[in-house]
Design a protein around this ligand. Sequence first.
Ligand code: ADP
Length: 142
Amino acid sequence: MYKKILLPIDLDQESSWIRALPVAAEYCQIFGARLHLLTVVPEFGTGLIGSFFPPDFEEKAVAEARDRIEALARDKISPNIRAACYVAQGTVYEEILATARDLKADLIVMASHRPELKDYLLGPNAARVVRHSDVSVLVVRN
Ligand code: ADP
């Protein structure tokens, strides 16, 4: 049924994968799907704020994000699941939607929000992805 599952991960928030990753992995087992992990790092800009960062800051941030998402995939995903890791730069929900489109993902699995935001049923990125995605989104409640 599903062949390409996208799991967006905030590397600074364990809650973004601790429940969602096992769900996505189980779906991959059931459907023989491939798991695509994505993390988004912000763009630091070219204006005044951007000028305060050293020139190679962005490349280092992207390289660090790549190392961390690959380590997470190695540590937490069973080797019999085919997994691939991606790092995008920009606005979180836009990059999630763009990556889903580019990969032709047929399901996005994502956690609803950080546990601290108990009063909200959906965090801002999860809400926007649900609102704008043209593929199914499985929101895993934290
Ligand atoms: P909160 O503000 O409570 O963290 P969000 O809507 O931002 O709520 O987070 C919900 C989900 O959005 C996360 O579990 C993750 O799937 C996705 N997400 C948030 N930040 C990122 C990020 N930097 N990269 C990829 N996905 C992210």
